[in-house]
Design a protein around this ligand. Structure first.
Ligand SMILES: [Zn+2]
Length: 310
């Protein structure tokens, strides 16, 4: 995704205060909603161990197959949208969106999205040699996948009262965010044109991207805040109720181009939950040691509470 404008307010970012609140929060491996952060971490690790999930590579083939197997073991229905995308350079990319559905019979649904591909280049790295390397994508790609598979564990045990759709998009991070955008957000743009049913209209959607940083801090994403503030309020209020007000901070973040934008453009009220204050972003250093089970537990607890709490 692209960070288009920086509007952070740093007033509350005292290091000492942060340590204190982190100690009070301290979610254990398994949260009150039953979400297991350690499991989510291990699922993310399994993704990273396939290698960078760059479209068209054997690693992407294997990782996508693995997600499909995991979700078939957990969800009621899994739909794989396979398609070939032609880049501006004429390259043909085999892509797959994976949609795992819980209680598909229910009309009232919540749609969660995360991308599972990883970026072919590391343009933010320090050296030219590193800039040509693919991004390992522990946080940018695998963190959301790990959270979704662990959420699948919870929803398999405890059926939600609302239908839940977990969409793993492909080709989010392939090309240039521009402007103009070229060869990015490919899977989400495809999905909004190929919805699972003609009248498909989730109550709301949440994109979960880059959510595993050890130093997790999530301000409002401002396209979300400006276009669907009611969804932002719902998610941030749920986080506050669970005691994560120091992570889901009520502050302005940037305007970020990410997978939620094609959904917003299609009239689906979706927000982006993202922590872009992540120095290894789009470098070869986006590795498992930068993310934590605790951060995944925090975000996973919120994602679980939104669809299971009365
Ligand atoms: Zn990225």
């Amino acid at each position: 995704m692209l960070f288009a404008a920086v509007l952070f307010l740093f007033a509350c970012k005292g290091g000492d205060a942060k340590e204190g609140t982190a100690a009070q929060r301290s979610p254990s491996a398994v949260t009150s909603t039953g979400f297991n952060g350690s499991a989510a971490y291990n699922y993310a690790k399994a993704q990273v161990e396939f290698g960078p999930r760059v479209p068209g590579t054997p690693a992407a083939q294997k990782a996508g197959d693995w997600i499909i197997r995991q979700m078939r073991a957990r969800a009621d229905t899994v739909i794989v949208q396979g398609f070939t995308y032609t880049t501006v350079d004429g390259k043909k990319l085999p892509l797959r969106n994976i949609l795992a559905r819980f209680r598909p019979e229910l009309a009232q649904r919540v749609l969660y999205v995360t991308h599972w591909d990883s970026r072919p280049i590391s343009e933010s790295a320090a050296t030219e040699a590193e800039r040509k390397m693919p991004v390992p994508g522990a946080n940018d790609g695998a963190s959301g996948v790990g959270m979704f598979v662990a959420l699948g564990d919870v929803l398999k045990r405890t059926k939600p009262d609302v239908g839940v759709d977990l969409l793993f998009t492909d080709g989010e991070d392939y090309g240039q965010f521009g402007p103009p955008e070229v060869d990015v957000l490919i899977g989400s743009k495809y999905f909004v044109k190929h919805l699972p049913s003609p009248g498909y209209k989730p109550l709301y959607g949440v994109l979960w991207d880059i959510i595993g940083d050890k130093d997790l801090r999530i301000p409002y994403e401002m396209n979300s805040f400006q276009q669907v503030p009611e969804v932002v309020s719902r998610v941030w209020q749920t986080a506050a109720d669970l005691g994560y007000g120091d992570v889901f901070v009520q502050e302005s973040g940037g305007l970020i181009t990410d997978d939620h934008i094609p959904f917003l453009n299609a009239g689906i009220p979706m927000i982006d939950v993202i922590d872009l204050t992540y120095p290894p972003h789009h470098t070869p250093y986006d590795t498992m040691d930068k993310i934590s089970a605790k951060s995944l537990a925090t975000v996973g607890d919120v994602a679980t509470a939104l669809v299971t709490r009365k």
